[in-house]
Write a protein that binds this ligand. Structure first.
Ligand code: MG
Length: 399
């Protein structure tokens, strides 16, 4: 039995933990976004940008999150943060600089060792980046600023229209969160409140604090335009989304001694009537793939009026749909085919069908399913006038 006091004690090796406050600046009006709802309240993959930012920062170094909001947007703020446990928001000022200062002033009673000042419009902030900033501060840095290199060539246009090259050497893009010792940055904000700046690093410089650069992240992008929202959604989704397509097909029985179903030749008392080999299973699966990628239907790609497809083996239809899927950058995740008929019996051929379809698609057999059912003697399949097939396909597509 371990005494309660020993269980609660922090391991000696860790040393005392510094206290951290996180200030999220969400007071902007988002004018560059084109009016209307400010960007921090827009939906990013179904969630307000600000909510995603708060959630990305929660659980960091036991840091308490404080949000500075525009007094005009309190209703938006309440909707965006519903259900989250947060202290009352701090009301912002006329400029970002003023809003940050109000936020810092609100933390004076708590007086944390460090403060991370972050823009609400950077929802893709990672814990790894935060760890680098905190580690720099713990290591003695006064101001730890994430920065990324500039890859593009920079050019400046003069008033007369002429262009000049801006040397890229030593040029960095500063991101947030910017990490500071609380007392130092609060003093800088108080001392230089009349000097207009666009970020807190500028005040740290004005106060002659030493700036330490930490590696920023390209994914820690600032959402400023509609295009940024699209890029951020791609990053959040890992760049992919899942889509589903369905297919359905019917063929009538005629005289004959075999049918083709799901790419397998099956001896039977009848054959199936059709322009091609009448393989309803492959036709339904082909249509399901075409449906998932929005590429029309099988009749559009292989018109029954075209003599090239007379008696054609349907595996080429399926292979064509698969090539369209691949050309669109997609992956075949899963396909399910249901055959609806009284006869022939499907069970004995199920594995051969799965094997053949997996072969045509170039996927593993585990990604293909074949099921069979009857309609209990009802309807055209019950009367054995024909058979039907339906299919569902799931694909993974780049967004
Ligand atoms: Mg057909």
């Amino acid at each position: 039995m371990v005494p309660a006091s020993a269980r609660n004690a922090r391991p000696a090796a860790m040393g005392p933990m510094s206290s951290v406050a996180i200030l999220i600046v969400s007071a902007g009006r988002g004018e560059r976004f084109g009016g209307g709802l400010p960007k921090q309240y827009r939906l990013l993959a179904g969630q307000p940008v600000l909510r995603r930012t708060i959630q990305a920062l929660s659980g960091i170094a036991n840091g308490l999150i404080h949000v500075v909001v525009n007094p005009d947007h309190l209703e938006n703020y309440n909707t965006a943060t519903a259900g989250l446990e947060l202290p009352e928001p701090v009301l912002g000022g006329a400029t970002r600089q003023e809003s940050v200062r109000y936020g810092l002033e609100s933390l004076t009673a708590m007086s944390p060792d460090f403060v991370l000042i972050h823009d609400a419009a950077r929802p893709l902030i990672s814990h790894a980046l935060i760890a680098r900033i905190l580690s720099a501060l713990e290591g003695g840095a006064s101001a730890a600023i994430p920065m990324v290199a500039v890859a593009d060539t920079l050019r400046r246009q003069a008033a007369d229209g002429s262009w000049s090259l801006v040397p890229r050497d030593g040029v960095w893009r500063a991101q947030t969160p910017q990490g500071f010792h609380f007392a130092e940055i609060l003093n800088a904000h108080r001392q230089f409140k009349a000097v207009p700046v666009t970020d807190d690093m500028a005040l740290a410089e004005a106060a002659s604090l030493t700036i330490t650069r930490v590696d920023g992240e390209e994914s820690n992008m600032k959402i400023t335009t509609q295009d940024d929202l699209v890029i951020a959604e791609r990053l959040l989704a890992g760049g992919f989304e899942f889509r589903t397509g369905s297919g359905f097909d019917v063929h009538r029985f005629k005289e004959g001694d075999h049918v083709w179903l799901c790419g397998v030749r099956i001896a039977h008392s009848h054959a199936l009537e059709g322009h091609s080999d009448a393989d309803a299973g492959l036709h339904a699966l082909t249509d399901a793939i075409l449906g998932a990628i929005g590429a029309g239907d099988i009749g559009q790609h292989f018109p029954p009026t075209d003599d090239r497809w007379r008696n054609a083996s349907s595996d080429r239809f399926l292979a064509h749909a698969m090539s369209l899927l691949r050309a669109a950058g997609g992956q075949f995740v899963h396909g399910d085919v249901t055959l609806i008929c009284e006869r022939p019996k499907i069970g004995p051929h199920r594995e051969a069908m799965r094997t053949r379809m997996a072969e045509i698609l170039g996927v593993s057999i585990g990604r293909i399913s074949v099921k069979a059912t009857t309609t209990e003697g009802l309807g055209f399949t019950g009367r054995r006038e024909g058979l039907a097939a339906e299919s569902l396909v799931t694909v993974k597509m780049p967004i």
